[in-house]
Write a protein that binds this ligand. Structure first.
Ligand SMILES: Cc1cc2nc3c(=O)[nH]c(=O)nc-3n(C[C@H](O)[C@H](O)[C@H](O)COP(=O)(O)OP(=O)(O)OC[C@H]3O[C@@H](n4cnc5c(N)ncnc54)[C@H](O)[C@@H]3O)c2cc1C
Length: 431
């Protein structure tokens, strides 16, 4: 198996970022520096950790590095669902007290994200559009039933929808049944992460296009090698999700799972007229390998689906299948080519639990945000900075789970291939 890189280097550009005006990136590191704190990964988690660290220790010299550019990298590649309640796969109606606390924590984090986006003055397309969840098969209906039980137990608002209601709101006959829950914001994710990064305190030095290649523990902290400079830091925060394992952390608990998205051009008004009454909606799958859909406020459709293990798949392999999955749901669409098609890596853990906390002296890690990691990552990044300051924080492993062990390669890949094949077969009508 080829050696994995310590950072992502996607061949397909982020479609969301491509829709935005060009942005001038912060310079890459080109010298050796020493700081009090180094945060690796300027995503939802890392930006939040750096801001919170600064607010708790305003005098600390903080550097934040990212292998990519803000908006172009992984944090701007997701489908833009900012959930203020648990995802269907995490929802457990039998543990409602714990789940309700998680919901409260994510909801207050969501409120902070919104306030920051507003303060940034950036024009970010973000709205509390809510989300559909819909099932096309028996397996999907079962998962929908579980989610409904969770929403009921948590006292959260929702609306049940038959096929005809889904058809008239979204323009698709594909699903047998669904529900609508208002507790979700839909955002242009690249614009949102740009806005959040723009509010980094001036004293936090941001270096883009600066991948961490290697970590070394030293007597008084950590040394991090980048292509054109070494960073010595007393404290190190790893917020680079799946890629923290390539820097030697949680190797037996994390996998970089790539998933893909396609975004159509702006559709003709006559086509939009046949896509139901809702003009800005999102749909999450009821099966973990299923497809996410969005209709954007500017009149495009997006589909997010398909997975590959540890490697970005070639565009040729992805595009046609994504198109097929979108056309299955919307046979009324005229022939189209995606305007943008891209992928990104999710920090997958076998049981969905997080890799979070102090791992070695001076080394703090928050990784393994499977899905829903935009809001959850923001929360866990903030809590990590607080825990590093010995503040009392909620019990993250208890609330969000602790990532479980996975066997080493090549057994892990084999296990993934077998379970993905079985899951895909089971949920084939939801793909
Ligand atoms: C196609 C797709 C759709 C998704 N849809 C959703 C969704 O709708 N809602 C949702 O909540 N979640 C979604 N997710 C998951 C979500 O994107 C992640 O959970 C979230 O981005 C995690 O945030 P993070 O900051 O922890 O990690 P990331 O967003 O992965 O950020 C880590 C950062 O670290 C940087 N980095 C990595 N390695 C290095 C290194 N060695 N040196 C320096 N920098 C490094 C990366 O460039 C990146 O900027 C989706 C993911 C994908 C791929």
């Amino acid at each position: 198996m080829p050696k994995q890189k310590s950072f992502p280097n996607y061949k397909m550009k982020s479609g969301w970022n491509a829709l935005l005006p060009a942005r001038e990136s912060s310079p890459a590191l080109d010298r050796d520096i020493s700081v009090d704190v180094l945060v690796i990964g300027a995503g939802w988690t890392g930006i939040s950790a750096a801001k919170r660290w600064h607010s708790l220790s305003p005098e600390a010299g903080i550097a934040l590095i990212d292998a990519s550019e803000i908006g172009e990298g992984n944090p701007g590649r997701n489908s833009g669902f900012l959930l203020s309640i648990a995802l269907a796969e995490d929802a457990n109606p039998d543990q409602i007290e714990k789940m309700s606390l998680c919901n409260r924590l994510t909801a207050s984090t969501m409120a902070e994200i919104l306030a920051e986006i507003e303060d940034s003055g950036h024009a970010v397309d973000i709205a509390k559009a809510g989300t559909y969840r819909a099932a096309a098969s028996e397996a999907g209906l079962k998962s929908l039933q579980n989610y409904r039980a969770f929403l009921e137990a948590a006292g959260l608002e929702y609306e049940s929808l038959e096929r005809s209601a889904l058809r008239s709101r979204m323009g698709s006959d594909f699903y047998q049944e669904g529900l609508y829950s208002p507790d979700c914001y839909l955002a242009q994710p690249a614009a949102a992460i740009r806005a959040l990064a723009s509010l980094l305190p001036e004293s936090v030095q941001l270096f883009e296009n600066t991948p961490a290649l290697k970590l070394k523990q030293q007597a008084d902290g950590w040394q991090v090698q980048t292509p054109n400079g070494v960073i010595n830091a007393h404290k190190l925060v790893l917020a680079n999700n799946a890629f923290s394992k390539e820097l030697g952390i949680a190797r037996s608990r994390l996998v970089a799972m790539h998933t893909y998205a396609g975004l159509t051009p702006v559709l003709e008004q006559s086509v939009l007229d046949d896509l139901g009454s809702d003009e800005n909606w999102g749909l999450l799958p009821t099966h973990r390998l299923g497809s996410t859909l969005r209709r954007t406020i500017d009149g495009r459709l997006m589909v997010r689906s398909m997975h590959s293990y540890e490697q970005e798949a070639p565009k040729g392999k992805i595009e046609g299948e994504l198109q097929h999955r979108l056309e299955k749901r919307f046979p009324q669409l005229p022939n189209f080519d995606f305007e943008h098609c891209w992928g990104g890596a999710v920090g997958f853990t076998f049981n969905g639990g997080a890799v979070w906390g102090k791992f070695k002296p001076g080394l703090y890690v928050s990784a393994g945000c499977n899905g829903g990691g935009t809001v959850k990552g923001t929360l866990l990044g903030k809590l990590l900075a607080e825990a590093a300051h010995d503040l009392k924080v909620p019990d993250v492993p208890e609330l969000f789970g602790r990532a479980s062990w996975m066997p080493p390669e090549p057994i892990r890949r084999l296990g993934y291939n077998i379970s993905a094949a079985l899951e895909s077969h089971k949920g084939r009508r939801e793909l």
